[in-house]
Design a protein around this ligand. Sequence first.
Ligand SMILES: [Zn+2]
Length: 134
Amino acid sequence: MALLNCPECGKEISDQALSCPHCGYPLQQDSMVVVVKKKSPGRGFGIAGLVLGILGVVYSWVFLLSAITGNIQKEMVYFNIPPLLMIAIFGILALVFGIIARKQGHKATKSSAAITMGIITIAACLAILLIAIL
Ligand SMILES: [Zn+2]
């Protein structure tokens, strides 16, 4: 049994209720619509994209700034290419998940944040690779 909000008065009610105990609003047909609306499609993708994006941005930019300021030797950048590739994949996944979430109608702000962080992560990884190669 799940709780949902009455479409009429907004109070929490059982999804099994035939009508709202607070205002008497008839529910049986409407409750299905409410349940479907409550489950935001693409939510999992949006959250996964956001988490991967945050991890990617933090790791890649800490690394990039260290490489730029010379806190990490160029040789160390080479050694760190395998973890960097993983972070680049995080960024790509964040981008893809964000796009899927947006297409499935998930909250635009979260989807856009995942997409943006994915791009920032990929850009940072490319910049680090350039530093390693040059
Ligand atoms: Zn009600």
